[in-house]
Ligand binder design. Structure first.
Ligand code: SAM
Length: 296
């Protein structure tokens, strides 16, 4: 019988895996029911929970911030998912799903099973359950996806590649996608951040703080070429409208690790922004809206 999660039989007790420095203890919990669609009898409606190592939470914004980001990107995301005919996809993976800001939408739009994976247990378990309603939760590492080859026909990824070893993840996504399967990736490029007037400019703060936290702030521009080299047919769109900037943008930055001097600079920028009142400002973060189809 084909299993959704590799080695799942051994998960029914406990399984200890060591991924580099991070020890992950996997536990199966929750109400486990049969899942005939997947041909697996222990996961549907249940959780695979992991006790993940304590790490800096820089890559995990507060749920309300993730929700705001998800709302902002909803129209563009809808277009990409429709283009890839999500309603016909049977197995969808929300990789690095965080607190599930998009998971419920994937469940609603897709015609099959949605698996939400993140390496942080706190992201998967600490929010109201309905954020993941109808999805299977897996605490796992995107760099070593615990799924058999060809398991999924759609992989979704939003604001996550910047935190990952992109080459490794693309390799994993290629492996777990069935022939003709597809990836939707929505990723930023802070190197291209346009802000005006100059007194509200935060670009260098973003670049320094993200790099210090282990992220690649310019992942957007790199992804299309890497995906093409990996054998995907790639299409890239960009956001086509300048929106009024949200004051919340400073909160995202505050959640990163900033030094005392950087925090003071951020406060000065915030004050300058407030002084501008209703006058027009430009804040444009390039978002790479990528659809990539694996070669059949
Ligand atoms: C900025 S959040 C984005 C979450 C979600 N995609 C969203 O749009 O709200 C990035 C997520 O990547 C997860 N992450 C980082 N490295 C990971 C890895 N190696 N494996 C799985 N998840 C990872 C973090 O735990 C975090 O939840």
């Amino acid at each position: 019988m084909r299993r959704l999660v590799r080695g799942a039989a051994s998960l029914e007790s406990y399984r200890l895996q060591t991924y580099g420095l991070h020890a992950h203890l996997w536990v199966v919990g929750g109400g486990l029911e049969a899942c005939p669609t997947l041909g697996y009898d222990g996961l549907w409606g249940g959780w695979i929970l992991g006790v993940c190592s304590a790490m800096a939470e820089a890559s995990l914004p507060a749920p309300e911030l993730s929700d705001e980001l998800a709302r902002w990107l909803a129209p563009a995301r809808g277009r990409l998912l429709r283009r890839l005919q999500i309603a016909r996809r049977r197995r969808v993976l929300d990789v690095a799903c965080g607190t599930g800001a998009v998971t419920a939408e994937l469940v609603r739009r897709s015609g099959g099973t949605v698996v939400a994976l993140d390496r942080r247990f706190s992201a998967l378990g600490g929010t109201p359950a309905d954020r993941f309603a109808g999805a299977v939760r897996v605490c796992g590492d995107a760099l070593r996806l615990p799924f058999a080859d060809g398991t999924f026909d759609l992989v979704f990824c939003q604001f996550a590649m910047l935190w990952l070893d992109v080459q490794a993840v693309i390799g994993q996504v290629s492996r777990i996608l069935a022939p003709g399967g597809a990836l939707v990736a929505i990723e930023p490029d802070y190197g291209g951040l346009i802000e005006y007037p100059p007194q509200i400019a935060t670009r260098s703060l973003w670049l320094d703080a993200l790099r210090r936290s282990g992220a690649d702030p310019e992942v957007g521009r790199k992804l299309p070429g890497l995906l093409q080299t990996a054998g995907f047919a790639v299409r890239v769109d960009l956001l086509d409208r300048l929106e009024p900037p949200s004051a919340t943008r400073f909160r995202f930055l505050e959640e990163l690790s900033l030094g005392a001097r950087e925090r003071r600079r951020l406060e000065a920028i915030r004050a300058a922004d407030a002084r501008l009142g209703g006058s027009f400002r430009v804040v444009h973060l390039p978002l790479f809206l990528i659809t990539a189809i694996a070669e059949a």
